[in-house]
Ligand binder design. Structure first.
Ligand code: GDP
Length: 330
């Protein structure tokens, strides 16, 4: 393929910390305006009177260069006066809100109360923070991830933060999904006939990507996309890099393997990217597979993986168009 063809719109589906790492790599190797990120909002919740969108904020802070590099969530150079003062007053302190981060939640809550939408707030914030990608929440309607556990049904943040993912997961549901609509632009992004690639970032398939796919219309748009749909596995060598992905897989009776990731996305993806540690799984995947280093420790790793995934997508597109030409000639 000619270098001049290695351009075009790219869509990424993304949760929080894991997904945002690759989204950052993509935003750095693509031209300004070429990347659109559809972000999970199943983790959103109302807390202390504020509308909190953890994944959206992780992606916003990461792409704006404001994220805390150690924690992966929240802002760098943060202070915690609000939390300390809240604790002194006997307020709820299980969900940490840094002083600078608090400004985002207050601004968003005011925007929504004045009748604005989450997607309009995201677009506005992207501009204000000087981000060169489009960030679109999966829906402007409330879709809430509920974790059915061996103890109780827990709203996502209560499972994830307050209970530190301790309860055993039995099932996961997305309240409000059935009547939710994709945010404006989401379906158009996925059905764009000249789209270069759709990349499902290495996010938790059950907690971060499934909520996006639960919004009516998104799954169909993805499976009918003319662009290659590629998932980057969040599993490396039988382990999750971070978070409860592997624990949940085991609790749901699934093996922590490439095979499970392929089965999870069957019918939706055209190809798969796995780490070298899992290279032996490639032959059994039944799909085109790119084996490369997928562990992203620093920004160089993020850019390198982003470029490798885009090159892989371009090669897949070329192969498909060659096959279409050959069958037309036959
Ligand atoms: P959360 O919403 O903050 O939990 O973040 P995501 O759902 O976007 O990402 C969580 C997933 O990212 C976990 O399953 C991790 O295994 C995966 N992950 C984190 N860092 C990396 C990485 O560097 N490489 C790969 N392949 N997966 C990663």
């Amino acid at each position: 393929m000619k270098t001049s063809e290695r351009t075009g719109q790219v869509v990424a589906l993304c949760g929080g910390i894991g997904g945002a790492k690759l989204a950052l790599g993509l935003s750095r190797v693509l031209a300004p305006g070429e990347l659109s990120v559809i972000v999970n909002t199943g983790d959103d919740f109302e807390h202390l009177g504020l509308h909190i969108s953890p994944d959206l904020d992780t992606v916003l802070y990461t792409l704006a260069g404001l994220a805390d590099p150690e924690r992966g969530w929240g802002r760098a150079d943060e202070s915690w006066n609000f939390m300390q003062a809240l604790g002194r007053l006997g307020g709820e302190t299980w969900f940490n809100l840094g002083d600078r981060d608090l400004a985002m939640h207050a601004a968003r809550t005011a925007f929504l109360r004045a009748g604005g939408t989450l997607s309009a707030f995201a677009a506005d914030t992207v501009r204000k923070l000087g981000i060169h990608a489009h960030l679109v929440p999966m829906s402007d309607d409330a879709v809430r991830t509920i974790i059915e556990t061996d103890e109780d049904d827990l709203p996502f943040q209560h499972y994830f933060v307050r209970r530190r993912c301790d309860p055993v997961v039995k099932a996961i549901r997305f309240e409000g999904a059935r009547s939710a609509k994709p945010a404006p632009g989401v379906l158009a992004l996925l059905t764009n006939p000249t789209l270069r690639a759709v990349i499902i970032c290495p996010s938790n398939p059950y907690l971060s990507v499934d909520p996006i796919l639960s919004v009516p219309g998104i799954r169909d748009a993805l499976s009918s996309s003319r662009a290659p749909v590629i998932v980057v596995s969040p599993i490396i060598g039988g382990h999750a890099v971070k978070g409860p992905t592997a624990k949940i897989m085991k609790e749901l009776g699934l093996s922590v393997t490439t095979e499970t990731i392929v089965a999870h996305y069957r019918g939706l993806i055209d190809a798969l990217v796995i780490d070298r540690a899992d290279g032996g799984d490639a032959a059994r995947a039944g799909l085109p597979v790119l084996v490369t280093q997928t562990l992203m420790k620093d920004v160089v790793d993020r850019e390198r993986l982003a470029s490798a995934v885009l090159d892989f997508a371009d090669d897949l597109r070329l192969t498909t168009s060659e096959m279409e030409r050959a069958s037309a000639d036959a």
